[in-house]
Design a protein around this ligand. Structure first.
Ligand code: EPU
Length: 326
């Protein structure tokens, strides 16, 4: 029997976006199984209207494979990301502890290959399953097929709006060597006198660093970093270095370096700027915030003026990390 779904009309989405933007969906539905997801997609196709928002609420996880060194954990898309990280840390399964406290769901994590403190999702990724919207068949994607890059994947490009991720399988380590090469992390652990950290120490340190810089979306609306860190040519970097002697950079290849957008935005004078309820976070200039009632258009307008000012001052083009839905 087809599932009976509760389609809600003219639905307020403020509680469903971490930027805290008031916005309405013509229809909204929560789905807890793949059958329900298919049903919701069919509903959307039969209606002539402005849109249906489907909340992926597929829960649960299972070990699909295990050997001496690894656990392969399949997790449904609707599980909370940070809850998953904490439960892996508790069980002693390492690999994702550096990705503690990232807001969002498991199903969203591969879309932009989430990353923080020296680890990216791709480092612990085994495979995923997704429903192909046109054929209504489940497809399995290996790591190679996802084309993971810096905050990027096939799901932001060729397959944008074509598939819905239903589960992700992670390859976790049973005797993990924690990865602590990010300066802010090393400094904090050393301050605490921890020189051979466990995965739990790393998770706790990441949580502390994040809390010190990044606003809690439950209190101040935000989407984490708003722009990607730009990758620029060595030639441009050398030219800028003449004027900005302490401009930080990370080597990408012999010809390119990545520079922190937060540094550029701060240098251009935007850090802590507030216009009405839209602003640039006072502790991390890469994070745009909604203090309450800012609209999507106001945040976007601020973002575009920041982008223009960085282009003018540094000849560097910033690209949003976030996906824009209009
Ligand atoms: N910086 C400034 N001013 C600022 C912010 C940063 O000068 O206002 C400088 C810092 O001093 C440091 C450098 O920029 O030298 C890097 O700053 P930070 O360590 O805070 O990291 P980030 O490059 O701003 C990236 C990710 C974050 C991730 C952290 C830690 C991107 C776009 N952002 O931020 O990811 O948590 O590194 O790994 O790559 C996200 O993607 O949403 C996100 C939060």
């Amino acid at each position: 029997m087809a599932p009976v779904l509760n389609f809600q009309e003219d639905f307020e989405l403020i509680a469903y976006n971490s930027m805290g933007l008031a916005s309405q969906a013509k229809y909204f539905v929560s789905v807890v199984t793949i059958e329900e997801l298919k049903e919701a997609l069919s509903f959307a196709e039969t209606k002539d209207f402005e849109g249906l928002v489907i909340n992926m609420a597929l829960k649960g996880e299972s070990i699909v494979k295990e050997d001496e060194a690894h656990v392969y954990l399949k997790v449904n898309a609707g599980e909370n990301w940070h809850k998953l990280v904490l439960s892996c840390v508790e069980k002693g399964w390492g690999g994702i502890e550096n990705l503690s406290l990232i807001p969002g769901s498991v199903g969203a994590s591969p879309i932009q290959n989430i990353g923080a403190y020296g680890v990216e999702l791709k480092d612990v990724f085994d495979s995923l399953e997704a429903l192909d919207i046109s054929t209504r068949k489940i497809r399995t994607f290996s790591k190679g097929e996802c084309n993971f890059g810096y905050r990027n994947s096939i799901f932001k490009n060729e397959l944008k709006n074509k598939v819905v991720i239903t589960s992700v399988t992670f390859k976790l380590q049973k005797n993990a060597e924690p990865k602590v090469d990010y300066k802010a992390l090393v400094d904090l652990l050393e301050d605490k006198g921890i020189f051979s950290p466990t995965i739990k120490d790393v998770s706790e340190a990441v949580i502390e660093v994040r809390k010190s810089k990044l606003p809690d979306p439950a209190k101040i609306g935000n989407t984490g970093s708003f722009f990607k860190n730009p990758i620029i040519s060595i030639a441009l970097f050398e030219e800028l270095k003449k004027e900005y002697k302490n401009m930080p950079s990370y080597k990408v290849s012999n010809n390119f370096v990545k520079v922190p957008a937060g540094w550029l935005i701060e240098k251009a004078g935007w850090k802590g700027v507030r216009e009405g309820d839209a602003g640039v976070h006072a502790k991390q200039a890469l994070v745009l915030v909604n203090y309450g009632k800012a609209s999507g258009a106001q945040i976007w307008d601020l973002a575009m003026r920041i982008k223009a000012s960085i282009l003018k001052e540094f000849k560097i083009e910033l690209t949003p990390e976030v996906n824009i839905i209009s």
